[in-house]
Design a protein around this ligand. Structure first.
Ligand code: NAD
Length: 495
């Protein structure tokens, strides 16, 4: 069995813990490798190697750091097909979805390339006689990122591009389900000129995570994953005195008002509901049909589903791949039978398909008459299941969404500018789309939900990322007026 190693101090380190997790090919169901899970000693070694270079990296000039980021960006672009393929083989998403993930990740590297401008402080001359005040930004030291399986290239880039550019050493603990792409990114960073030790990949499970959370040399933790773990990371990390940003799960609603363009809304619901097999924290999970729009909309979505080809990433025609594991596929499928028992109408059942039984496939499912109180509505499903909830009015739609525990993303489809404008103010959700179903902010804004979708108060990447990975220091300085100074400079100072 092929082993997947750590990347510490610029080279691969096989784990000596004796503990491994299987890495599957979700399209065939076969185990293709095993990843070594770090022991407490390996966590210690990884953090120590990051700490050993953190002062040197902090002292490296900003222009040198920017230069490395530019080179890294070029290497990622040159190797994008290879990276997309690595993602597809372990995650299962089709290469076009993997390429999309990469494009969004690259935005974060491009943002980090402008680090010379981003790290500028402020300066106020003469706030009082002879007194100036200015601010500087300094890196935190060693920071860590813990990432989910669903974006094994993009989510680490959300974190490490800014963390490294601001002068920190970064330890990445990727998902044990698709751990290889992180190692390839480590190689590219090295090729770009990043000194060894500044970027570490620590493979592991709870032991690795708990080691990072407890270690006094780790100054900050960035986390993206499910809500229960996000809560745990936030409470443990902050109790240990660290900065923590912890992004959790989601249940994203897409409101369709009666005046919306039905074809546009149906296309959006299908791509946002089933892209990456629904394993996206910004996937649309619930379509909220307002007024009389429900029947037309369901029909339009239903007629699109047979054209959406589910299959392995190796099939050039496939638009939707398998789910990450057999257990997850079975869990998602159990929501379909559960919803029918709770009174929802199963319009299209994704379990009824001819997909290869060995792979972790589930075809798209569409459900009508879904309402709060049903598990299929209340829970994050994280799979290709799209629910439709019918409400009478705009106010009902807003109330429905605001009452949900999650507040990651949402969207409204309408031709009415006034209604759209009102929606963006009324809705208690962090990212809002207006006729855009997946409003993931570009890399120079920041990404973050509300409520149970984010713990802590700092969003990820963009300007929030620069804030998160730097301390601000404010200096107040006083210098005596040189014309009254008792020290002889040897020449007159005139003003
Ligand atoms: P997960 O919470 O199971 O795992 C995320 C990370 O936490 C992994 O690295 C994993 O090894 C680690 N982990 C898992 N269990 C742990 C434990 N008990 N103790 C310590 N560490 C643990 O999430 P996942 O299944 O990999 O990813 C899917 C979830 O991530 C979904 O809920 C999705 O909504 C969420 N997600 C959110 C965002 C966002 O931006 N809000 C983005 C992507 C994914």
């Amino acid at each position: 069995m092929r082993n997947i190693d750590h990347w510490i101090n610029g080279k691969l380190h096989p784990s000596k813990s004796g503990n491994f997790a299987p890495v599957y090919n979700p399209a065939t169901g076969e185990q293709q490798a095993q990843v070594g899970l770090a022991s407490a000693e390996e966590v210690e070694f990884a953090i120590a190697s990051a700490k050993a270079v953190s002062q040197m990296w902090r002292a490296t000039s900003i222009s040198k750091r920017a230069e490395i980021m530019f080179r890294f960006r070029e290497l990622v672009v040159q190797n994008r097909d290879h990276i997309a393929n690595l993602v597809s083989i372990e995650h299962g998403k089709v290469p076009s979805d993997a390429a999309g993930e990469l494009a969004r990740g690259i935005e974060n590297i491009e943002f980090a390339c402008s680090i010379p401008a981003l790290l500028k402080g402020g300066y106020s001359e003469q706030v009082s006689t002879g007194v100036d005040v200015y601010s500087i930004r300094q890196p935190l030291g060693v920071v860590a990122g813990i990432t989910p399986f669903n974006f094994p290239a993009m989510v680490p880039m959300w974190m490490f591009a800014n963390a490294i550019a601001t002068g920190n050493a970064f330890v990445l603990k990727p998902s044990e389900k698709d751990p290889s792409v992180a190692l390839y990114l480590a190689e590219l960073l090295q090729k770009a000129g990043l000194p060894d030790g500044v970027f570490t990949v620590l493979q592991g499970d709870k032991i690795a995570v708990d080691g990072l959370l407890a270690h006094p040399d780790v100054a900050a933790i960035s986390f993206v994953g499910s809500t229960p773990i996000a809560k745990y990371i936030y409470s443990t990390g902050t109790a240990n005195g660290k900065r923590v940003q912890a992004l959790g799960g989601a249940k994203n609603h897409m409101v369709v008002l009666p005046d919306a363009d039905i074809n546009m809304a149906a296309d959006a619901a299908v791509s946002a509901g089933f892209g990456s097999a629904g394993e996206r924290c910004m996937a649309i999970s619930v379509v909220v049909a307002v007024g009389g729009v429900g029947d037309k909309l369901i029909e339009a979505i239903k007629e699109r589903l047979p054209k959406l080809i589910t299959g392995p990433g190796t099939d050039p025609n496939a638009e939707m791949g398998p789910l990450i594991t057999r257990e997850h596929r079975d869990k998602v499928a159990s929501y379909i039978s559960g919803a029918a028992a709770e009174g929802a109408t199963v319009v299209v059942d994704g379990r009824e398909n001819n997909l290869p039984a060995e792979g972790f496939f589930l075809a798209p499912t569409l459900m009508d008459n879904v309402s709060p109180g049903m598990k299929v509505y209340d829970d994050e499903i994280f799979g290709p299941v799209l629910s439709v909830t019918r409400v009478e009015t705009y106010d009902d739609a807003v109330e429905l969404i605001n009452n949900h525990q999650y507040g990651n993303g949402t969207a409204i489809f309408t031709r009415d500018g006034g209604a759209a404008r009102q929606f963006q103010f009324d809705i208690q959700v962090g990212m809002v789309g207006i006729n855009v179903p997946i409003p993931v902010p570009v890399g120079y804004y920041s990404f973050g939900g509300w409520k149970a979708s984010l713990f802590g108060d700092v969003a990820m990447y963009g300007p929030a990322g620069i804030d998160f990975y730097t301390h601000t220091k404010t200096v107040t300085s006083r210098w005596p007026d040189p014309s009254t100074s008792s020290v002889d400079l040897g020449f007159p100072l005139t003003r």
